[in-house]
Design a protein around this ligand. Structure first.
Ligand code: ZN
Length: 154
């Protein structure tokens, strides 16, 4: 178990386009295990590899109903509808803002063994997929905020 340092706004890793994973090896598994430990410790919902300084197309999402899911080389294949909800990010501590996201998002990705799967998430899960996927293209939710929340009310 290893906790990796979460990079915060201003770190150049957060603005880079990440590379496709081509080796589903021990190093990838170590990265995934560390990201999961880091996410749990930070009590977050999602974490993308560039947030720990690794420019690879990998993210993990942890929700009470689905548990921890690993997404490698994700690709959003379909979106439906839209809804606006509050978002935050471990790389932008103390901030929160309203962002419009699809109501439903279907993503194709690979698991740690290189097996492809498809998953459709709704509302919270749809929002998480889109938020984490944006990280892999160097995009932070801050650039999509329609209204910032007052931190006093958090
Ligand atoms: Zn984030």
């Amino acid at each position: 178990m290893a906790i990796r340092e979460i990079r915060v706004e201003g770190d150049p890793c957060l603005n880079k386009v990440c590379r496709v994973v081509d080796k589903f090896d021990e190093r990838l598994h170590q990265l995934l295990d560390d990201m999961k430990d880091t996410l749990v410790k930070a009590q977050g919902v999602g974490l993308a590899a560039p947030q720990v300084g690794i420019l690879k197309r990998v993210f993990v999402i942890d929700t009470p109903d689905k548990g921890m899911v690993e997404f490698i080389n994700p690709e959003i294949v379909k979106t439906e509808g839209s809804y606006t909800d509050v978002e935050g990010c471990l790389s932008l501590p103390g901030k929160a803002g309203m962002v419009e996201r699809p109501m439903k998002t279907t993503v194709k990705a690979f698991d740690r063994n290189g097996v492809e799967f498809e998953y459709t998430g709704e509302e919270l899960y749809s929002k998480c997929i889109c938020h984490e996927n944006d990280h892999l293209d160097g995009v932070l939710y801050a650039s999509k905020v329609v209204e910032w929340m007052d931190p006093e009310e958090e």
